[in-house]
Unconditional design. Structure first.
Length: 94
């Protein structure tokens, strides 16, 4: 699945609800998912992780990122292409 396909799927399922909620409130949900991912990563690093839960939290973060991008009318695949692929990608070390 391409990023654009996933973003389109999220838009088809949730767009009306997401736009009604708005970007600011949606960002709060996104931040909560990042917290859940941080917790799952912490457990993973301590050797207590649940690999299924870890994958789910990564997927949830991606879904909420797509939701925010949809609300803000950002095509994530194009943004990724422009920032990380075109013209050799970003300069410097991350």
């Amino acid at each position: 699945m391409q990023v654009s396909e996933f973003q389109t799927m999220i838009r088809a399922r949730y767009d009306a609800t997401d736009r009604a909620r708005g970007a600011s409130k949606t960002f709060v949900w996104f931040a909560e998912e990042f917290g859940e991912l941080a917790h799952a990563i912490g457990k993973f690093e301590r050797g207590e992780g649940d690999p299924v839960n870890l994958r789910e939290e990564f997927a949830d973060c991606m879904a909420w990122l797509c939701t925010l991008a949809n609300i803000c009318d950002v095509d994530l695949e194009s943004a990724l292409q422009e920032k990380y692929v075109s013209e050799g990608g970003p300069k410097g070390i991350k």
